[in-house]
Every structure is written in structure tokens, then in C-alpha cells.
Ligand binder design. Structure first.
Ligand code: IMP
Ligand code: MG
Length: 180
């Protein structure tokens, strides 16, 4: 599998070190607060597990599953919450943990939806951000890596539900697409 992905863009070592930094920063920023990490499945599962363990303050964890309609080239912006939170976030500080912010529509929808549950604050932490592709202006508070307008797989991110288990991030180039 690794041989198919000749162009890793972020190595495991770079990822480990960046996630350590994010964990330190989040631990400082949320010291003394009641932090709930909300993982957005499926894409964020790998990042979530590593990030949570890099945070040095006690946190609660929760997950939501979202589906978005439309293809990757044309994000429809219609996002559906498939599962609900199990933790109450009212009065707590929620940090949404995402794999990637692309158009920004998913995150915009999630913030709007979670705000109804009256948390004390909602912020966003994403492993990757593609600022070039943004169609709505959302504030992304913590970003692992900024990437170009390329399709990325691995470490939780999929192409047609595959490659989430790749242990690093790689650009899905045309050659690879033919093999799927
Ligand atoms: P949005 O366009 O910001 O709403 O992003 C929607 C979702 O599309 C993300 O949460 C990812 O699941 C997916 N996505 C966007 N860009 C990529 C990519 O390069 N690789 C894999 N998934 C992506
Ligand atoms: Mg996602």
C-alpha cells in the first residue's frame, strides 16, 4: 500500500511533533476550563486519538458523525448530523476536532448546530486546512498544517472510504486514482 503513495506530504515524525505542539497550546489555552473534545467522524479518528493524548489537562471526549452530500469536487454544503453528542456541552468549552477544513461549509454547519446547545465556547481544531478552497469565512482556531489545493488521503482521510489507515498523509495523484 505504501508503495502506491509516492508523495507523502507530511511524515509521521512531522505529524507527531506538530500534534505535540498543538496539545501543549490547547492545554495552556484551556487550563482550568471544562473542555469537551468533539471528534468529527469518520475523518478525524486518527488525529483525535493522537491529539487527545497530547493534551495535558483533563478533558471529556465525544463524537459526532456527519455526512455531506455531493461529490468532493462540488461540496453541496448540505451536511447532516448522523449521531448526536452524548455529553452535555451546555456551559462547557467545546473544541471541534476535524480532519480537514476545505470549503468550510461543514464546520460552519457544525458550529451553528452545536451553538444551540449553549456551550460556553466553541472552537475548531483541524489537522489540515485548505485556505484556497474556502467559500465561507470560518475562523479556524488551531491548524496542524496548511495544504495546497490537492486531494489528500491517509491518517483518517479517505478517498471513497479507503486509505484512512495509511499512517501518513499523502497526495492522491492520478496514478493512484486509477488504481481505486
Ligand atoms: P468542507 O468542504 O470544508 O465542508 O469539507 C468537507 C469534508 O470533505 C471534510 O471534512 C473531509 O471529510 C472532506 N475533504 C475535503 N478535502 C479533502 C481531502 O483533500 N481529502 C479527503 N477528504 C477531504
Ligand atoms: Mg471531515
Amino acid at each position: 500500500m505504501e508503495r502506491m503513495f509516492g508523495r507523502p506530504i507530511v511524515t509521521q515524525e512531522q505529524m507527531r511533533s506538530r500534534i505535540r505542539e498543538l496539545g501543549r497550546q490547547i492545554s495552556t489555552d484551556y487550563a482550568g476550563k471544562d473542555l469537551v473534545l468533539v471528534g468529527v467522524l469518520k475523518g478525524a479518528y486518527a488525529f483525535f486519538a493522537d491529539l487527545a493524548r497530547a493534551i495535558r489537562i483533563p478533558v471529556r471526549v465525544d463524537f459526532i458523525i456527519v455526512t455531506s452530500y455531493g461529490t468532493r469536487a462540488k461540496t453541496s454544503g448540505k451536511v447532516k448530523l448522523v449521531t448526536e453528542l452524548t455529553e452535555k456541552i451546555k456551559g462547557k468549552d467545546a473544541l471541534l476536532v476535524e480532519d480537514i477544513v476545505d470549503s468550510g461549509l461543514t464546520v460552519q454547519y457544525l458550529i451553528k448546530t452545536l451553538a444551540k446547545r449553549k456551550p460556553n465556547s466553541i472552537k475548531i481544531c483541524t489537522l489540515l486546512s485548505k485556505p484556497e478552497r474556502r467559500v465561507v469565512n470560518v475562523q479556524v482556531d488551531y491548524v496542524g498544517f496548511r495544504v495546497q489545493n490537492e486531494y489528500i488521503v491517509g491518517y483518517g482521510l479517505d478517498y471513497q472510504q479507503k486509505y484512512r489507515n495509511l499512517p501518513y498523509l499523502a497526495v492522491l495523484d492520478q496514478l493512484n486514482e486509477h488504481e481505486t
